[in-house]
Design a binder for this molecule. Structure first.
Ligand SMILES: [Zn+2]
Length: 365
């Protein structure tokens, strides 16, 4: 069974991940680069011996597994001698799961409830120290900072979800385009051109406000070309397996582009023309609903619903919560249901705090 078939849930148990890493036959440089706050090992893999050094890390946020799944597919692919060419000029250090404690609990934060992506300067957490240490020792020429983003992002204003968004992080508060940031922008422009074939209109550009406590911004300030990936929503793919396949494609494109320096054929403008992420989506819109809100009844409303990701029996479930209601909702939604056609009570009590268990059965992912 390939890793693609094995890791299909949004939850990625560190124990299963580590078994997979230990089972890689040819990639024998499996290192423990540090330990988490709860003393779980943080694994890193060194691959290749080329002169260009590339550092990739994923799951700094424990509940962001899509790019980890893509990295596992990449590792499996690199094991195959048929793909040796991808490593010709490169040496990789890959950290598939920087925050194993958060991964166990499926939370953004680490065991001390710290967002590791706000700890790049102070390095108060052992996970941050491990990444910083490998950055200093390995001295990468390129960095890949791999994340998931929420389903609410559209790619610009074209009415399509941002299935993947990218960012060449600012290295200073002014957002200057240094020579290293220019390289990141050109690499993203090249990846975007390739991905648009499969995902037309579904690539976004992530918010570039500067924060030196964010790891990407910190490494960018040190003049290392850094690329942020934000894996996002593809229609009806809440487990993000389709998205993970596109992340893999983007990673392979990036590797080739760096290896043959093809990014020199792209421009900053091509990067800046990628539409910015826009917070336009809800997960679900239910139309024709009567709402009772503080004793008052509102007829024929549109109920706006988002899902909360909840870990249950080693699986992530998507639980619906109301975020708003309106008789003229103008936002985008990933799915619309006409309530009249459903055999459920069409009177839903407005309570933002409680899950809408009446509609749980309508959700498929
Ligand atoms: Zn993240």
């Amino acid at each position: 069974m390939s890793i693609k078939e094995k890791f299909t849930d949004r939850y990625l148990d560190p124990y299963k991940l580590n078994l997979f890493l230990k089972g890689l036959r040819n990639l024998n440089d499996l290192l423990i680069i540090g330990n988490s706050e709860e003393n779980r090992p943080i694994y890193g893999i060194k691959i290749g011996n080329g002169p260009i050094k590339v550092l990739l890390w994923s799951q700094m946020h424990g509940n962001e597994t899509s790019t980890t799944k893509a990295l596992c597919q990449l590792l499996e692919l690199l094991e195959n001698p048929a793909h040796e060419g991808l490593m010709t000029n490169l040496t990789f250090k890959i950290i598939p799961q920087l925050n194993p404690d958060g991964a166990v609990k499926y939370t953004r934060y680490n065991a001390n409830n710290i967002d590791l992506n706000r700890d790049a300067v102070n390095l108060t957490q052992s996970e941050s120290k491990a990444l910083s240490k490998i950055f200093k020792e390995f001295k990468p020429d390129f960095c890949f900072n791999l994340h998931d983003q929420r389903t609410l992002y559209a790619a610009g204003k074209m009415g399509l979800p941002a299935t993947i968004s990218f960012l060449a992080p600012s290295g200073d508060p002014e957002g200057s385009i240094s020579s290293s940031r220019e390289v990141s922008m050109k690499i993203i422009a090249a990846i975007n051109k390739s991905l648009q074939i499969d995902l037309p209109g579904q690539i976004g550009r992530y918010d570039d406000s500067f924060n030196i406590n964010c790891v990407g911004d910190k490494f960018s300030s040190l003049a290392i070309p850094t690329i942020l990936f934000e894996a996002g929503h593809f229609p009806n793919d809440y487990n993000r397996n389709v998205t993970a396949n596109y992340v893999l494609k983007a990673l392979i494109d990036a590797i080739k582009i760096i290896s043959n320096k093809d990014y020199n054929n792209y421009t900053i403008d091509q990067y800046l023309n990628i539409p910015e992420n826009s917070k336009d989506y809800s997960d679900l819109l239910i139309t024709g609903v009567s709402i009772v809100d503080q004793g008052k009844v509102y007829q024929n409303q549109e109920l706006v619903v988002n899902y909360k990701e909840v870990l249950s029996n080693s699986k992530v479930e998507f639980i619906p919560y109301m975020i708003d209601y309106s008789n003229s909702w103008t936002g985008l939604t990933h799915k619309t249901i006409e309530i009249e056609s459903m055999e459920i009570n069409n009177k839903i009590v407005f309570d933002k705090q409680k899950p809408l268990s009446q509609i749980q059965s309508l959700i498929n992912y």
